[in-house]
Design a protein around this ligand. Structure first.
Ligand SMILES: C[S@@+](CC[C@H](N)C(=O)[O-])C[C@H]1O[C@@H](n2cnc3c(N)ncnc32)[C@H](O)[C@@H]1O
Length: 237
C-alpha cells in the first residue's frame, strides 16, 4: 500500500489547482461576469446543487457549463423546442439538464461520455429532474456511439475532446433535421486560437480548422458567440 506524505499531497493539490486555473477563461472581467449573471435568470435550485457538488467532489469542475452559459443553453433550447437532443460530453450532467428545459414533452435527450465513474452522479441528478425517463446515458467513445444512434436530431451540443471535433461534425450534420441547431463549445479555447500554435498542440490546430470549416460549410449558417470560452451556433439549412 502506498501512503502519500502530506507534502506530496499538498503538492498534488496545488498542481490540480494550477491545472484548474489554466482552464479558467476570462475574456471579460470578473466584475462584468458577475453583473451579467446577476442580470440573467437565476440558476435553478437543482442545478445550483449539482454545480456545488461537482466543485466539491469531481476533478476539473470548470468543465461544467455553469450558471450563465447554462441559462444561454436553456434559452436556446426553449427557442428551438427540440424533440431529439444529443450531447457529446456529459460530464456531471449540468448542460444536459439545461438543454432539457426546452425539450418537447415527447422528446429525448441522448448524452455520451467516456467516464464510467460519472454515470451514477449524472443519474442521481437526472432522476431528481422532471426528465429522468427522457434522458439516455451512453457510456464510451463518442465516435463509436454516434453511428449507433438511428435518430434525427433538432439540437446537438458538441462539448467533448477537441481532437475529435472535425469527426463529430461530419458524423452529426447528416443526422440533423433541417433547421436543426448544432452548438459547439470552447471554440475560442481560452484565446489560444489567436496565438502561435505549439507543434504538439493538437486541440488548437483542430479548433482552428474546425472554426474555418463551420464558416465555409454550405450545409449550415454559423455564428460564433463570445460566450464564456466561445460557443458557435450553426443552423442546418
Ligand atoms: C467539458 S466536459 C462536458 C461538460 C458538460 N457538457 C457541461 O457543460 O456540463 C467534457 C466531457 O467529455 C468527455 N469526453 C472526453 N473525451 C470523450 C470521448 N472521446 N468520448 C466521449 N466523451 C468524452 C469527458 O469525460 C468530459 O466529461
Amino acid at each position: 500500500m502506498v501512503f502519500l506524505c502530506p507534502n506530496i499531497r499538498a503538492y498534488n493539490f496545488v498542481f490540480l489547482l494550477q491545472i484548474n486555473k489554466t482552464l479558467q477563461m476570462h475574456f471579460i472581467s470578473q466584475e462584468l461576469e458577475d453583473y451579467i449573471e446577476q442580470h440573467s435568470e437565476n440558476e435553478p435550485a437543482l442545478l445550483a446543487k449539482l454545480n456545488k457538488e461537482t466543485y466539491q467532489k469531481i476533478l476539473l469542475p470548470r468543465m461544467l457549463s455553469g450558471h450563465f452559459q447554462g441559462r444561454v443553453l436553456s434559452m436556446l433550447s426553449k427557442l428551438i423546442r427540440p424533440v431529439n437532443i444529443l450531447e457529446i460530453g456529459t460530464y456531471t450532467g449540468y448542460a444536459a439538464l439545461c438543454l432539457c428545459e426546452g425539450m418537447q414533452e415527447t422528446g429525448q435527450l441522448h448524452t455520451i461520455d467516456i467516464k464510467e465513474e460519472l454515470v451514477d452522479f449524472q443519474r442521481k441528478y437526472f432522476d431528481a429532474s422532471p426528465w429522468g425517463n427522457q434522458i439516455f446515458q451512453h457510456l464510451g467513445e463518442a465516435i463509436d456511439i454516434i453511428p449507433t444512434l438511428d435518430i434525427k436530431f433538432d439540437l446537438v451540443f458538441i462539448d467533448a475532446d477537441k481532437e475529435n471535433y472535425l469527426n463529430y461534425w461530419e458524423m452529426i450534420v447528416p443526422k440533423m433535421n433541417k433547421g436543426g441547431i448544432i452548438l459547439s463549445d470552447n471554440v475560442l479555447w481560452s484565446g489560444k486560437i489567436l496565438e502561435p500554435v505549439h507543434p504538439n498542440d493538437v486541440s488548437t490546430k483542430v479548433l482552428l480548422e474546425y472554426n474555418q470549416l463551420l464558416k465555409d460549410d454550405p450545409r449550415v449558417e454559423t455564428v460564433l458567440l463570445p460566450i464564456r470560452d466561445g460557443l458557435t451556433v450553426s443552423r442546418v439549412l
